[in-house]
Design a protein around this ligand. Structure first.
Ligand code: NAD
Length: 487
């Protein structure tokens, strides 16, 4: 076997970059660890500015051909990628779980089928993309979505292939070429995607994958003058660095960032449902940007709600994410675990009370934690922990609920539990959030806009919003026959 192939969960994965249709190694590698047991999974090519430049050059060279490829042909190849994903769902799920520690069952049943859906959805959307012509004093206005050029897509580790393909699929559908940089803590499924895309007939250079530390390869990608779009999902500090680096070329940016979303539980809510919604926030060991980690409960039901939530949280099964009955797997990396524990220790020192948890588990696990007695302006209420840590506060009326809900620098999502439809509409209208869920959570449709307000992001992707971002939208105005414009 080549020195550059590693076997993870029985699947061969190439650990090199994929540039211009070729596998390219760097002189150095970085070590990719499994969060399940801390074992080394792979030594992965550690990209530098040289590989970034080569990948952008490959994307630039491939752009005219792919942009000129008829929509129907582009859509056919994207559907072929979806078929390739479908054929390898089990393998992709197993590799992703080994690499990022999220539950195997959710990768098999939810995440990887959604990866395939990303490609089919944007293929279908591309073929139907149209804006009816309209006239201005007899002149025809024709709107077209022109490909923009090479795109740099930078993604995090918490849902690696799902978040990568949510960008790759519309970018390719739009006729752009791509340089994808996955997170260094979960680099493997992006490499498999390159194999799948090649198998589906995607021409060389249209999708390039580079590996490495963001701090080492990132700036060479985001400051490159030939890059026409940057789409980033990750943390606020990194977003600031990317925006600064993109500024020299005024490269358009889409930023999907962190959150500190609220779950508002009104006394008129179905409390069983509200408790279940709260428990869902521990999914993926709390490493979900949309997680409603701030629970706000109407005071009259707070005692009952807290008791029931505490019991359910304490009953969650934590352990090996490959086991069917596991509810919560490990956290991604020792550094992330240390970060989570730091937040909790400081909160406890400041007077918070742990209803459940409040400490590490064994190995790379953090006990599901529920903290009460927290102040609105405290770090634990204001900052994203990105671990299985929820806070619980109370409110006495709708105004206070909305005020607390909106009182952070984020605005990604909000969830409202209430039995009163009028209240739901009133409160939803006042919440600052890209998505509001009423009596439900995480119901996602690719036709919907997705993104965050304030520090949770810039721009929206999804449905036509993705094409608006990944295209140079053009209006062509044509005079009627025989018309002469003299001024
Ligand atoms: P991160 O910002 O540390 O890293 C994200 C990516 O950016 C990685 O690929 C990393 O290598 C790269 N990067 C780092 N420095 C860079 C630089 N200077 N230039 C270019 N690229 C660079 O984030 P993370 O820890 O991987 O992810 C967790 C964060 O992502 C959380 O804040 C979470 O809320 C957010 N997130 C948001 C969404 C959303 O859709 N809004 C979805 C998932 C995760």
């Amino acid at each position: 076997m080549s020195a550059h192939l590693t076997t993870v969960a029985g699947v061969a994965v190439d650990t090199r970059h994929f540039i211009g249709g070729e596998r390219v190694a760097s002189a150095e590698t970085f070590t990719d660890l499994s969060p399940i047991d801390g074992n080394t999974l792979a030594e992965v090519s550690r990209g530098t500015a040289a590989e970034a430049a080569a990948a952008v050059a490959a994307a630039k060279a491939a752009f005219p051909g792919w942009a000129a490829t008829p929509r129907a042909e582009r859509a056919r190849i994207l559907r072929g990628i979806a078929d390739g994903v479908d054929k390898r769902v089990e393998e992709l799920a197993a590799v992703e779980t080994a690499d990022n520690g999220a539950l195997l069952r959710s990768h098999r049943r939810g995440v990887m089928p959604r990866v395939a859906h990303n490609f089919r959805f944007f293929a279908d959307r591309l073929v139907g993309l149209d804006h009816g012509d309209f006239t201005t004093r007899g002149h025809t206005n024709h709107v077209s979505w022109d490909p923009a050029g090479p795109c740099v897509l930078i993604t995090p580790w918490n849902a690696p292939l799902m978040l990568a393909t949510w960008k790759v699929a519309p970018a390719l559908a739009a006729g752009n070429t791509v340089v994808l940089k996955p997170a260094e803590w979960s680099p493997l499924t992006a490499s498999l995607l390159a194999d799948i895309a090649t198998g589906a007939g995607l021409p060389a250079g249209v999708l390039n994958v580079v590996q490495g530390h963001g701090s080492e390869i990132g700036e060479a990608l985001t400051s490159h003058p030939d890059v026409r779009r940057i789409s980033f999902t990750g943390s606020v500090p990194t977003a600031r660095r990317i925006a600064a680096s993109a500024a020299a070329n005024l490269t358009p940016l889409s930023l999907e960032l962190g959150g500190k979303s609220p779950l508002l539980v009104f006394a008129d809510a179905d409390l069983d449902l509200a408790v279940d919604l709260a428990v869902e926030q521990y999914d993926n060991a709390g490493q979900v940007c949309l997680a409603a980690t701030r629970i706000l409960v109407e005071a009259s039901v707070a005692e009952e709600f807290t008791r029931r939530l505490g019991e359910k949280a304490a009953g969650l099964e934590q352990g090996d994410p490959r086991h069917e009955t596991t509810d919560i797997g490990p956290n991604i990396h020792p550094r992330q675990l240390e970060r989570i524990d730091g937040f909790v220790r400081r909160a406890l020192a400041a007077g918070a009370r742990a209803v459940v948890g409040g400490h590490r588990g064994e190995g790379q696990y953090y006990a599901p934690t529920l903290l009460t007695d927290v102040a609105q302006d405290s770090e634990i209420v204001q900052e994203e922990v990105f671990g299985p840590v929820l806070t619980l506060q109370t409110f006495t009326d709708e105004d206070e609920a909305v005020r607390l809900a909106n009182d952070t620098r984020f605005g990604l999502a909000a969830t409202v539990a209430t039995g009163d439809a009028e209240r739901a509409a009133r409160v939803a209208a006042r919440l600052v959030a890209g998505t509001v869920w009423v009596n439900c959570f995480f119901v996602r449709d690719l036709r919907a806009p997705f993104g965050g307000s304030r520090h949770s992001g810039v721009g929206r992707e999804g449905g036509t919003w993705s094409f608006d971002f990944y295209c140079d939208v053009k209006n062509t105005v044509t005079a009627p026959k025989g018309f002469e414009d003299h001024g």
